[in-house]
Design a protein around this ligand. Sequence first.
Ligand code: 5U1
Length: 674
Amino acid sequence: MTTIDQQLAELRDQINYHSYRYHTLDDPLISDAEYDRLVQRLRQLEQEHPELITPDSPTRRVGAEPLDAFEKVTHPIPMTSLGNAFDDDDMRAWLARIERLLPDNLPENELAFVVEPKIDGLAMALTYENGLLVRGATRGNGVEGENVTANVRTVNSIPLRIPTRSDGPPAPARIEVRGEVYMPIADFNRFNQQQLDKGEKIYANPRNFAAGSLRQLDSRITAQRPLAFFAYAIGYVEGAEIGSQQQALDYLKALGFPVNPDILHTTSFAAAIDFIHKWMERRDSLPYDADGAVVKIDSFALQRELGVVGNAPRWAIAYKFPAREATTKVLAIKGNVGRTGQITPYAELEPVNIGGVIVRNATLHNYDDLAKKDIREGDTVIIKRAGDVIPQVVKPILDLRPADSQPAQPPAVCPVCGQPTTRLGDDVALFCINAACPAQLVRQVEYFVSRGAMDIEGFGIKIGEQLVAEGFIKDIADIYFLQRDDLLKLEGFAEKKVDNLLSAIEASKQQPFDRFLTALGIRYVGNVVAGLVVSHFPAIDQLSRATQEELQAIEGVGPRIAESLVAWFSGPANRSLIDKFRQAGVTLQARRTGPEQPQTLAGLTFVITGTLPTWSRDQAQAFIEQHGGKVTGSVSKKTNYLVLGENPGSKLTKAQSLGIPTLGEQELQNLAQA
Ligand code: 5U1
């Protein structure tokens, strides 16, 4: 017979271990339901024996009674900050500085570096006594921080007792573990969206959100925020001999702390710099915000020799990534008319440099979002730029708002043609529904001739604007009725340019039917959907008669897409447009495919992202489909592979979060040969 004490201890160990498998290793051994059953059992026993509740009990992760204030705590060893480097030259200067201080006869391979991502969160010092978490303290001013133990206990990946793993080393008598508490980006975005939907305060970035969550006096609120932790240093340890940073990280990992998996140990400084550059490139695909990389001298003996200057150690440096946020002023709020007539608000800004790029405009997404965020002309705002994403206005700084500012209003008339604007159905988007609106036409032409659509070489946006302004193009089909003599009259159009343009237009008549369907710019019908639709309705006449039910029967075509297609083909103006294309000799049906390929990819679903080395996306899609596979436009649990090219978008992040494997172009071909 086991005693209640023993039962409780075993249950806590089991739960702590499974929580570690889930939150730290991302490799659970039991189902969520089984885990919940264990927690339920523990709760019940603790309710029956409240005197036996211990601070390391996983039931304590839900938070405790609110505090009046945080107690100040003095760090036994000060928490230093880091010196910064902003480019490779700064890094080389750092190395030269420390080499001057190190012994001359140091063998080359004794100077090793550890390179770690610098997570943009909140530094934390966790004290464990005989394996039990007894204190969590913020960095504060480095000498004195705040006791946030109750809040830290709610962070699932912070062990309440170490070692968490039965195969780990025994817990040292005392240890102070340092690291960063952070908020994963996906959780942050989800939270902010919910706040916007409720009309409540949003946070500017995951760092502020993590900091705000940890500074809650009511830890039950912190418990509802999905914070995470990475350990990166040992403040001090009694009862273990650790001689280097790499050993420290290995030790922390063995005790059961989450340690970032992307860390490099190298004796080559060039390799360290190279690693940082790779990090910088991958920055947008990581599930957390990293604002730089930290390079540390590995050996503790050398660290001691180098010492600290001011409040930063000489033996470590932070290579800061270019900024992604800045503060600037909104000069005006304007609307941009897209090819579907959708009017998207954007802010004209006082030009601001964000990470080396001058930003003058930033999107405001839609008028609902604009109203919820309450961004006004004259506001000082936080602007964010990440990778290829269009800069966006995150939020206004209300303390700096001019007293006479007025909320921004959606325009009653189109900013280009002056016709009344409208909302369609319950869509949040605002539209100009004037089919003759020149702004829409220019955008339609731009899209029609673009590389992903009819790919008419030499037909740039300037030409589109000129031809619309001169009245030579009144709808997109007019592209095929342009006259040589008319074009020659335009500014900048010499004979050769006109002839090249006309032959490119002529050649585009042979583009595959699915490209033509894409080029029409029907809402929700991009190249993936166009390919699906054309494989079921291979000619324009069939397609224009298809019903919503028939279209929806195609896998990958949902009600929104089907409705949009039916609405488009039922418009008399659009039917005349198709007649005009037919008259011009544009290909309006699918060609027969080549010889049958072995259906080696049958049953597999692929998503394509980024630029592939030799194939266009259409070619990759055709290859997959010819081998029996399916291509969809967005990553889901059903996706088997992500075909990955250069500069991938958010699909990579999604695929990584779902554990979906990626393939390069060559690997895709190999898979099809298998
Ligand atoms: N990854 C990492 N971040 N970070 C921040 N390591 C690291 N080390 C730090 C800081 C402030 O300080 C060391 C000097 C312990």
